[in-house]
Design a protein around this ligand. Structure first.
Ligand code: URA
Length: 449
């Protein structure tokens, strides 16, 4: 096979064959295909797009580039997973996974780290002293069976081709291609072995996808990839125009997740978790259990009110060498030296809480990474006290800054200056979710149409 023929084919908008896609992925993974030719192909894909068959074949080729987890064998039951495309203050996994596990559906999730504006579940969990995310497969399997809940770092052996291609996309301006994003995310999810996957596709100014139609297209493509791979997929398209919940920052988000697991927490976070967890249970129930949405919701609420979900989170922390006293007494979580509250300078209604501006302000405090390997400051962050549409009195708190230096506090304060506008007229609260797309799965291994 000649790469030049493959490049000409995609450059001219024609469809690549399975054999060509397999060849490219194998050659790029083993190092025999140079970056300059792979870059040219990625740019041709970005400009010309891919058909459904090409996208599924690309995904499967990336899955085959590494090993696949046998999650169903590990759990001894249908395996259900979730994935968020990343948003500001998105601590959903920390709440949802214990809720689902407390309803009797074991969960073993492979998570990622924060890069750019996407928050990372592993980084949040590492706010808990000692928490170990580097677990061997055997240990993951044992903990999943014995505890029913495990959250670990994703092994580099899952879809290694995606890691190599993503690094190249990052430096060749080819990240924002929906076929490339969809295949990248789904290759890792499929390799992680779940039978059912709930995708939380965030749309809005604090998300990767800023436009609803593009978010819908991404969700649709990921659902189709799942169908072609014989997985059950539900994609929830959710609103990321304002942060989810109030906390933005690693330890603060763990604290807010613990509040929610204790039956409190902010209304939007709690509701979002009920929606995602409800879809996970509906997939795990396979049409035999968790069929009635009202009963499913009651069971999930019960998992919070009874303390069962919190207990499972605690059990997971203990099993993964974390300091459970931080779960029992969240004041023990890492904190910040300087805490300052910004208050409303007039009475009014909150017009917007711009997620992008909030994350810029939080980055000034060291909550995230600009580049792979950057250190994080776990104790810093923001605690937002208002939501769009909320009426506030003059002097009421809008946001609290948790900083570890005078300099970062000043930079954060400058970023927040005027960020949350107050107006006189009523403002409608933002919807949490725009839509949900349900896949109809093909038997595993069936050819795509
Ligand atoms: N997340 C991924 O895993 N891949 C992408 O291409 C974009 C976001």
């Amino acid at each position: 096979m000649r790469m030049i023929d493959i490049l000409e084919c995609k450059r001219d908008g024609a469809e690549l064959t399975k054999a060509e896609i397999d060849w490219v992925i194998e050659a790029y993974t083993d190092g025999s295909l140079p970056d300059y030719q792979m870059s040219a192909l990625l740019m041709a894909i970005l400009l010309r797009g891919m058909t459904r068959a090409e996208i599924s074949q690309l995904t499967q080729a990336m899955v085959r580039s590494g090993s696949e987890l046998r999650l169903r064998d590990m759990l001894g039951s249908y395996a259900v997973d979730k994935h968020s495309s990343g948003g500001v203050g998105d601590k959903t996994s920390l709440v949802v996974l214990p809720m689902v596990a407390a309803c009797g559906v074991p969960v073993a999730k492979m998570s990622g780290r924060a890069l750019g504006y996407t928050g990372g579940t592993l980084d949040k969990l590492e706010s808990i002293a000692g928490f170990n995310v580097t677990l061997a497969t055997e240990r993951i399997a044992r903990q999943a069976r014995e505890v029913g809940l495990v959250i670990a770092g994703q092994s580099e052996e899952l879809a290694p081709a995606d890691g190599l291609i993503y690094a190249l996309r990052d430096v060749t301006a080819t990240v924002p291609s929906i076929p490339l994003i969809a295949s990248s995310i789904m290759s890792k999810k499929i390799a992680a072995g779940a039978d059912g996957i709930v995708l939380d596709v965030k749309v809005g100014e604090g998300a990767f996808m800023t436009e609803l139609d593009l978010g819908r297209e991404l969700a649709q493509q990921m659902v189709r990839i799942g169908e072609d791979a014989g997985r059950d997929v539900i994609a929830v398209i959710s609103n990321m125009n304002q942060p989810l919940g109030g906390a933005v920052g690693n330890a603060l988000e763990v604290r807010e997740a613990l509040d929610t697991l204790r039956g409190g927490g902010p209304e939007d976070l709690r509701e979002h978790c009920l929606i995602i967890a409800g879809h996970m249970l509906s997939l795990a129930g396979q049409g035999k259990r968790w069929v009635d949405p009202g009963e499913t919701r009651s069971a999930l609420l019960e998992s919070l009110d009874s303390g069962a979900a919190l207990q499972l989170f605690r059990d997971m922390v203990v099993a993964q060498d974390g300091d459970a006293r931080m779960v029992d007494e969240p004041d023990r979580l890492p904190g910040a030296r300087l805490v300052e509250t910004l208050a409303a300078d007039r009475a009014g209604v909150v017009q917007s809480v711009p997620a992008r501006g909030v994350i810029h302000a939080a980055f000034a405090l060291g909550v995230g990474r600009e580049a792979k390997g950057d250190a994080l400051d776990h104790g810093t962050g923001l605690w937002l006290q208002v939501k769009v549409g909320q009426r506030v009195a003059e002097g009421e708190p809008l946001v609290t800054i948790h900083a570890n230096s005078e300099e970062s506090l000043a930079r954060c304060r400058a970023e927040l200056d005027g960020l949350i506008p107050l107006v006189d007229e009523e403002v409608a609260p933002l919807p949490l979710v725009f839509d949900a797309i349900h896949g109809r799965r093909q038997p595993r291994g069936a050819p795509s149409p």
